[in-house]
Write a protein that binds this ligand. Structure first.
Ligand code: SIN
Length: 482
């Protein structure tokens, strides 16, 4: 074990205490770079989840009765502690997730920014007054915390995807039970330790690591005390949670899969477009829902863009996330790498060409050198599926109309990007892309201050920004006869 951090916790976090699972069973967490065992973590089952829900329900009575200013102070302290301990948190994150340490630090900053932002928003959960329909009527709208929230979070951002859900929930007065990914529970538990240190009352935040995600998900969905589920993960699981939540008519927010187009028009600044394509494609080894999945380049600048882009790809360093200067860490597992390679094989079988791939042999099984592919078409699996790996397919297109049709030819609608200068085209493309987020001359759209979320089968609900609050409140209107 390399890390000595006091935030390296391995037990479940329930009612303010780190506790073994009731069955005392554990599951193992490995470093994806070298498969070394990092920890054996409490393996929660449905009974543990129910314990956590009870604790969250008890804590809800107190937490919702605090003023927004009081909750704000505690959240601010939590965010400050994340910043103070960011090196330790980043090390845990890289060890269990694999991303380069530099990116792990960026994720902790990103994660803390949600806590800081929603600590401020806690003071501003404003209602409304509406002129009454009769002269003796006054109508007032108030926003109330919805109750206990079940948050189910992914392995690709083991810190920030938790704070992006938990911070707004806590800000408005909800309490939360988090089920982190079984691949990356350590970053989640570290957040629990910091919440304790910040003085967040017991039961307000609970964390139930488990190797049985479907059992915990089912418990959340079927439990009447859980009023809301916030999920980030695959569209398949999002659909399952939706159907399982029907019996309790739960409010849901779902941040699901993506298939982001990244379009380069002929009037784009190609150097800038290539630089941002690198960032949007290779962040977290391509394992993000907003990753540039299909890069479309207009025919007249195709060769030039390909040259600039490939030059940049050839400089990316693949290796252990803890080594300095590494740009691309391991994929989360060897199985994940096999899935990515299958997409490449399928494309090659259907006529794709490997335009660039480094010949150097990666030092570990889960590492993957980036690949640039050309001669692509929409029949290939990698046109339809989220690649989740360092593969950059560069498609050629001729007209705006054609590329909009290709970009929208997917059930997903999370992130999209395009580069170009013509103002009227910028408006029409931005309006015609069927996506919840559009980056215009930028490949970096993730920020606390903007509403993150998708349309179509990428889900619904928004995280971050002032809109992030809406997911955790219910509106109540008071009709007052005077
Ligand atoms: C995700 O991949 O789910 C989130 C990425 C981000 O917030 O930038």
């Amino acid at each position: 074990m390399e890390t000595k951090s006091e935030f390296f916790q391995t037990k479940a976090f329930i009612d303010g205490d780190f506790t073994p699972s009731e069955s005392s069973s554990t599951f193992d967490v490995f470093n994806p770079y070298n498969s070394q065992l990092l920890a054996s973590v409490a393996d929660c089952n449905s009974d543990d989840a129910l314990r956590a829900i009870d604790s969250a329900q008890r804590a809800f009575r107190l937490w919702k009765s605090l003023t927004g200013i009081e909750r704000s102070k505690l959240l601010n302290r939590w965010g400050e502690l994340m910043q103070i301990h960011k090196e330790e948190l980043a090390e845990i994150l890289t060890l269990e997730q694999g991303k380069p340490y530099r990116e792990a630090i960026a994720e902790i900053n990103y994660g803390a920014s949600f806590v800081e932002w929603f600590a401020e928003e806690a003071k501003r959960v404003y209602g409304d007054t509406i002129p009454g329909e009769l002269c003796n009527k006054r109508i007032i709208v108030i926003k109330q915390p919805i109750g206990v929230v079940g948050a189910i979070t992914p392995w690709n951002f083991p810190n920030a995807m938790i704070t992006r859900k938990v911070a707004p929930a806590l800000a408005v007065g909800c309490t939360v039970v988090v089920k982190p990914s079984e691949l990356t529970p350590l970053s989640a538990l570290a957040l629990g330790a910091l919440a304790n240190l910040a003085g967040i009352p017991k039961g307000v935040l609970n964390i139930v690591p488990s190797s049985k995600p479907s059992e915990i998900g089912n418990t959340f969905c079927n439990n009447d005390a859980v009023k809301k589920i916030s999920f980030t993960g695959s569209t398949k699981i999002g659909k399952l949670l939706t159907s399982q939540s029907a019996s309790t008519v739960k409010k849901l927010s779902l941040e699901l899969g993506g298939n982001a187009p990244f379009i380069v028009f002929d009037d784009a600044d190609l150097e800038l477009a290539a630089q941002h394509a690198i960032a949007a494609k290779f962040r977290n080894a391509g394992q993000t829902c907003v990753s540039a999945n299909r890069i479309f380049v207009q025919w007249s600048v195709y060769d030039e863009f390909l040259e600039i882009f490939t030059q940049k790809v050839s400089k990316l360093k693949v290796g252990n996330g803890l080594d300095a200067n590494v740009d691309i860490g391991p994929l989360i597992s060897e199985k994940a790498k096999q899935n990515v390679l299958r997409l490449v094989d399928d494309a090659v079988e259907l006529g794709a060409k490997i335009f660039y791939q480094s010949k150097s042999k990666p030092k570990a099984e889960s590492l993957m050198n980036p690949i640039v592919l050309t001669h692509l078409n929409p029949q290939m699996e990698l046109f339809k599926k989220e690649i989740f790996g360092p593969i950059a397919p560069i498609y050629e297109f001729s007209t705006e109309q054609q590329v909009i049709e290709l970009a929208n030819r997917t059930p997903y609608g999370l992130a999209s990007y395009f580069f170009g200068k013509d103002h009227s085209r910028i408006w029409s493309v931005a309006e015609n892309l069927e996506y919840g987020m559009v980056g215009i001359n930028t490949g970096m759209i993730s920020t606390t201050v903007a509403p993150f979320g998708g349309v179509k089968q990428s889900g619904y609900g928004r995280e971050g920004s002032k809109y992030g609050i809406d997911e955790f409140v219910s509106l109540k209107y008071l009709s007052w006869s005077i």
